[in-house]
Design a protein around this ligand. Structure first.
Ligand code: FAD
Length: 381
């Protein structure tokens, strides 16, 4: 390991730290940046670079907080995190654009679903959604086939890489340490926290910490099995649900994000733009048994038909298989919530496990970090 913190905030020696955060995705980075304001933090990442998994394989949408059940962690952290993320982007110069989104209905059944989405959004504190008239629809979403549409003005897009880089900068300005190529191997509870075994660039390394945060994303469940004293009843199942994108080459009429009504495991094959104006469609949903990011060109027909429902002019020849991301589902059916589990759930003082941080985790990341800090009570110390 390339040196460990010993910077005077605490009386810790070289092989100790206050807080060890496992995983440098958006969630681990947001937590490490926040905690480093008050404690010594080491953030480890098994890959060569931060954000190589889910945090760089998503739609980069700043979600408004419309879809999630009232009082769920998803609803609360999405709405709070959205506001924090916009403020953060302005403060740290992270590229973003609040371009808004149109949610479309093709028939009266779907229109009724839009009405319940509007009500759900209001329950969640998202009170700026409004119905589009036919002329507003034609203006906001030209060429779109829609019987009705809702508009969400607070939805936006963000450069997720620059966002993560800004968090890394915050961590390092607070004297925290980021260590790539370093894998969490095992933790054993001890009198003052945990003895932890790591593998750094292939070599074993031992460290002790007072607080241990498992923000391992798709690997969080596996990491949890490596923590002695943590009962299996506190480790939910993991199901990999792959989402694939197709990019669209050439000119298009989209100025806002365009979504169909949501489906069971995701938000439906929607149209998103990146900050360069590149149009892409997705993600679809497919449960897979082993972790792989392979694309499946044979999904083209399904994409074409899903897109054609709301954009009849789509040119199939211009659709190209793009990239995939994987949702860390804790269940195969129904709505799942984020799980942020501390000692009050599992009994191990100083340990926080984060499970099932699927969408809207990027939007919610700063609010999730705030919850973790509150659970650890670091901001009162
Ligand atoms: C298809 C798709 C689309 C999405 N779209 C959006 C969207 O538009 N807007 C939005 O808000 N959210 C979206 N999300 C959700 C969002 O991307 C995730 O919630 C977020 O990126 C999760 O971040 P994370 O840090 O938990 O996970 P990750 O980014 O996967 O990071 C976890 C990190 O932990 C590391 N790690 C794990 N175990 C160990 C170990 N033992 N030792 C060391 N390191 C370890 C991993 O290598 C990894 O880098 C989407 C997700 C998917 C799958």
């Amino acid at each position: 390991m390339r040196g460990l913190p010993n910077r005077g905030k605490s009386k810790l020696t070289m092989e100790q730290t206050d807080t060890l955060v496992i995983g440098a995705g958006a969630i681990g980075l947001a937590i490490a940046a926040r905690l480093s304001q008050h404690t010594d933090v080491v953030l480890i990442e098994q890959a060569h670079h931060f954000g190589e998994h889910t945090s760089s394989r998503n739609s980069e949408v700043i979600h408004a907080g419309i879809y999630y059940p009232s009082h769920s962690l998803k609803a609360n952290t999405c709405v709070a995190g959205k506001a924090q993320l916009y403020t953060h982007c302005i403060k740290y110069g992270v590229p973003y654009a609040q371009i808004g989104k149109v949610i479309t209905a093709q028939n009266t059944q779907e229109e009724a679903k839009l009405a319940s989405l509007l009500a759900q959004a209001q329950h969640n504190g998202v009170d700026d959604l409004y119905w589009l008239s036919q002329s507003q629809l034609a203006q906001k979403a030209p060429q779109l086939n829609a019987m009705a549409g809702l508009y969400s003005p607070s939805t936006g897009i963000v450069d997720s890489h620059q966002f993560m880089l800004s968090l890394l900068g915050q961590l390092e300005r607070n004297q925290g340490q980021y260590v790539p190529c370093t894998r969490f191997i095992r933790a054993t509870p001890c009198a003052h926290g945990f003895h932890v075994s790591l593998e750094c660039d292939g070599a074993p390394f031992a460290l002790s910490c007072r607080q241990l945060i498992n923000a391992g994303g798709l690997f969080a469940q596996h990491n949890a099995t490596l923590i002695e004293g943590l009962s299996g009843i506190h480790i939910p199942p993991i199901h990999y649900c792959r989402g694939q994108y197709f990019s669209y080459q050439g000119r298009h009429p989209f100025k806002h994000l365009v979504y169909p009504v949501p489906e069971q495991h995701g938000l439906g094959i929607h149209a998103t733009l990146d900050l360069a104006g590149q149009l892409r469609f997705g993600p679809d949903t497919q449960f897979i048994e082993t972790l792989n990011y392979d694309t499946d060109a044979s999904a083209l027909d399904a994409f074409y038909h899903a897109i054609k429902r709301y954009w009849p002019n789509v040119d199939k020849q211009r659709l190209q298989a793009g990239y995939t991301g994987i949702r860390p589902k804790t269940q195969r059916q129904g709505q799942q919530d984020f799980q942020i589990e501390g000692p009050e759930q599992h009994g191990l003082v100083g340990l926080i496990n984060l499970f099932g941080i699927e969408s809207p985790g990027l939007t919610a990341s700063l609010a999730i970090a705030q919850i973790v800090a509150a659970k650890l009570q670091v901001e009162q110390t």
